[in-house]
Write a protein that binds this ligand. Structure first.
Ligand SMILES: Cc1cc2nc3c(=O)[nH]c(=O)nc-3n(C[C@H](O)[C@H](O)[C@H](O)COP(=O)(O)OP(=O)(O)OC[C@H]3O[C@@H](n4cnc5c(N)ncnc54)[C@H](O)[C@@H]3O)c2cc1C
Length: 329
């Protein structure tokens, strides 16, 4: 079967992988000149379904709990399974209890155990929550790695405005265009982020710093880089990050470890998360057109399950009703 996928974000690429693995003839058309700059590019890369349950529906946990296995099978060596550490400054310690009441699959740990997990945080936090089953990845490496693998599997890529203008194919078309999808009901949630570089701090896993107003996370990447994210602003503006957001994100990084005060600020960025009112993704079919969207703040976490569902729908193994049931389970 021939399938044309529009959009090379995490939704489009994971679907291309599912379909190519199952023998479909896949072409991916991407409006940008390369894979970069979209919402997926700016993501943190946390595969954290238990932490996300703090504010997300049960479906995010049920659809996302096997995501790390999917990524590890698709791109071995890219997934770090070191868990997530959740901490709070002493004055916001009540936030830790509130977070714990809303989540599961964690251990309450003391200062000594925090030091065992993250030696550089020694003496900084009296207690923490440790979500051992969670994982993370570097979105940029994963997107580029997946594209390379797909090329080797025979998937065709076409980039740039000209490619987008080309007429569609006679087979199935899948719209994975994120915020470019003009459907009513889809909204943007702006996410601002920073990348810092320092050799003075070392972390093995994402650390979430709770705060009543702006919870922030710091995610280690190779090359002494740390992604600090992310704001959640209810609009779809792609203009550069505001000074207020830079200050708030930097303050949080500094509160996690003062050595971040001496770090180099190597990048600021903005991505817009596509979301529906219930903040859950949708796979919808209208004749030969399928639409996948609404991955919100869970693109890397939920795209594998959503791609599996969509591939089943496209290749005829699942009905629309089964899909809807699974999405809302
Ligand atoms: C700051 C931030 C942090 C995040 N952290 C995490 C995290 O830790 N874990 C997690 O799971 N998720 C995270 N997310 C969420 C995740 O990034 C999104 O859910 C995901 O990127 C959405 O993917 P997408 O493929 O739908 O959209 P996109 O990544 O935006 O991809 C859509 C693509 O379609 C292309 N396009 C548009 N129009 C056309 C057209 N007409 N033809 C062809 N191509 C077109 C665009 O150029 C783009 O490349 C984060 C998001 C942000 C912004």
């Amino acid at each position: 079967m021939k399938v044309l996928i529009r959009g090379a974000g995490v939704a489009g690429l994971t679907l291309a992988h599912e379909l190519a693995t199952r023998g479909a003839e896949v072409t991916v058309v991407e409006k940008r000149r390369q894979i970069a700059g979209n919402a997926s590019w700016h993501a943190g890369g946390m595969l954290a379904p238990w932490c996300e349950r703090e504010s997300a529906e049960e479906a995010v946990l049920s659809l996302g709990r096997d995501a790390a296995d999917w990524w590890n099978a698709a791109l071995p060596g890219h997934i770090m399974r070191n868990g997530t550490l959740v901490v709070a400054p002493a004055r916001d310690a009540a936030e830790l209890d509130r977070f714990g009441r809303r989540t599961s699959a964690f251990r309450q740990i003391d200062a000594e155990a925090v030091t065992e997990l993250e030696p550089d945080l020694e003496g900084r936090f009296g207690r923490a929550l440790f979500f051992a089953r969670e994982a993370h990845l570097d979105p940029r490496k994963v997107l580029l790695g997946l594209k390379e693998k797909l090329v080797q599997m025979g998937v065709r890529f076409e980039f740039g405005f000209g490619a987008v203008q080309a007429p569609g194919s006679p087979g199935i078309e899948v719209d994975c265009t994120g915020m470019a999808d003009t459907r009513p009901g889809l909204r943007g949630v702006r996410g601002e982020m920073l990348i810092l570089r320092t050799t003075e701090v070392s972390l093995a896993r994402p650390v979430r710093l709770l705060h009543p107003r702006i919870p922030v996370y710091v995610i280690p990447r190779s090359g002494n880089l740390f992604m600090v994210g992310a704001t959640m602003i209810e609009n779809d503006a792609t203009r550069p990050i505001t000074t207020r957001s830079v200050m708030e994100l930097l303050n949080a990084a500094y509160a996690l470890h003062p050595a971040f005060g001496e770090a180099e600020l190597v990048e600021t960025g903005v991505g817009v998360r596509p979301a529906f009112a219930d903040n859950l993704p949708r796979v919808e079919r209208d004749g030969n057109t399928i639409r996948i969207n609404g991955l919100y703040r869970h693109g890397f976490l939920l795209a594998p399950a959503i791609a599996r569902q969509a591939a089943g729908l496209i290749l005829g193994h699942e009905t629309k009703k089964e899909l809807a049931d699974e999405t809302h389970r």
